[in-house]
Design a protein around this ligand. Structure first.
Ligand code: ADP
Ligand code: MG
Length: 421
């Protein structure tokens, strides 16, 4: 492909109605359009989809998009169909299709109508699909949520490990675009190695969220009362309270209700109907607070979540970053408060004890990092960004004063008092 800058803006407007690229999108798209292997690391909401959708729409042939969740694929296909007059412009290939539907998909690909073909990694291993795809013009292959390749990521999927092999069978020189919101250097290295694209052009956006305030408080037996007080001080604002267990979610939701706070529980043990009702109540602001396990959050796009409280410390910094990332999406205030007790760490260690040794080792290493985060006396923002391999200037960086350690430097004032004495 060869395109000028102006063309890209025109295409952006034409297909998506946007007049500006977001962040690094234009650079990424230029790289993809030039058939480079490309690696994109951008926080959630950064606009990664467009980085492969736009090049796919303007390229010859079909782009294959590997994505782990059928729901995510369906959403994207519907959205793409909405911007094109051609229904077959985007398809999902999965096990739910009958023979006639599969034939139609293949026909649309052969006729050059299909620009985006979404597949789950397990579907891509089907002999029949591989045999068909290797006879077709494939523009590039995009791997969304590419951290699923790595055991160090928060969502490891063994099927993702097999992708390199399958891509090789579909074609020799298919450019690869890998995208993820996981910023840890370990995961990134795994992705590049595993896909054999260590020379890929890499684009990494900053993970700093300057409007989020980070705070850790010791977890005592009064933690529920502490949470009630915090929520009452923030009356009328939307917030999420994360707990480790379903049981605690139920209990705490009730405790909040009894104390006059409009709260509902959310966890995977609830009926699907109840879950979606509670989610809607939160989105429509009929209630203020969702008390939830980590089952709540994927794909929740409420812009004005004002606080995220962790009743229990999560199992990694990565998880903590993702979960707190749901606060302040609109750029406004977002208070991230975690309650920490080393006892909880021991509990998490115990949970892992039945797992394979390699998994335990990884889990243990990740836990040590979250302990270090909870116990640190340096800027929490600096700590998080350092974990992601990013430099942060504590004096001049954006959001530098937005955490408890920087605002109320305990140890230093204690030290100063000693000097004054
Ligand atoms: P990610 O996959 O990185 O989490 P998405 O691709 O889902 O992010 O995009 C997040 C949101 O940003 C979507 O609502 C999308 O429509 C919007 N978006 C993407 N690119 C642009 C742009 N150039 N201008 C305005 N909005 C954009
Ligand atoms: Mg995405």
């Amino acid at each position: 492909m060869s395109l000028t800058e102006i063309d890209l803006h025109q295409q952006l407007k034409k297909y998506f109605g946007f007049s500006q690229f977001k962040g690094l999108q234009e650079e990424v798209i230029t790289s993809v359009v030039k058939d480079n292997d490309t690696f994109v690391v951008m926080p959630t909401g950064g606009g990664k989809s467009l980085c492969y959708q736009l090049p796919a729409l303007i390229a010859d042939g079909t782009a294959i998009v590997v994505s782990p969740l059928i729901a995510l694929m369906k959403n994207q296909v519907d959205a793409i169909r909405g911007i094109s007059s051609e229904h077959g412009v985007a398809h999902v290939l999965n096990s739910s299709l009958n023979k006639t539907e599969v034939r139609q998909v293949k026909e649309d690909i052969s006729n050059g109508i299909t620009k985006l073909l979404y597949v789950a990694p397990e579907s891509l291993t089907k002999e029949d699909y591989v045999d068909f795809l290797k006879t077709q013009k494939i523009s590039f292959l995009a791997i969304d949520e590419a951290h699923c390749i790595s055991e160090w990521g928060h969502d490891f999927r063994p099927e993702y490990r097999n992708l390199r092999n399958i891509i090789g069978r579909i074609g020799d020189n298919i450019p690869i675009v890998a995208l993820t919101a996981t910023a840890t250097p370990k995961v990134q290295e795994d992705i590049l190695k595993n896909l054999g694209i260590t020379k890929a052009k890499t684009f990494k956006a900053s993970f700093n969220r300057p409007n989020l305030y980070y705070e850790v408080r010791p977890k005592t037996k009064n933690v529920d009362a502490d949470i009630i007080r915090f929520v009452k001080q923030n009356e009328g604002k939307s917030g999420i309270v994360y707990c480790l267990s379903r049981k605690k979610v139920e209990e705490l939701a009730q405790t909040l209700q009894v104390n006059g706070i409009s709260a509902v529980p959310y966890h995977a043990g609830l009926e699907a109907k109840t879950r979606s009702r509670h989610q809607d109540m939160f989105l429509m602001e009929e209630i203020d607070v969702v008390v939830a396990t980590i089952a709540f959050g994927m794909g929740i796009d409420k812009p004005d979540v004002r606080f995220v409280i962790h009743h229990d410390i999560p199992k990694s910094i990565e998880s903590y970053y993702q979960e707190t990332g749901r606060a302040g999406r609109d750029g406004g205030e977002g208070h991230c408060l975690a309650f920490y007790s080393y006892k909880d760490i021991e509990k998490l260690e115990k949970f892992m004890s039945g797992k394979p040794v390699a998994e335990q080792e990884i889990g243990h290493a990740l836990l040590q990092e979250i302990v270090a985060y909870a116990e640190t006396s340096i800027s929490r923002r600096k700590f998080i960004l350092h974990y992601f391999g990013e430099e942060f200037d504590q004096e001049t960086g954006e959001g530098a004063s937005m955490d408890d350690n920087v605002r109320y430097p305990k140890k230093q004032t204690e030290a100063q008092n000693e000097v004054e004495l």
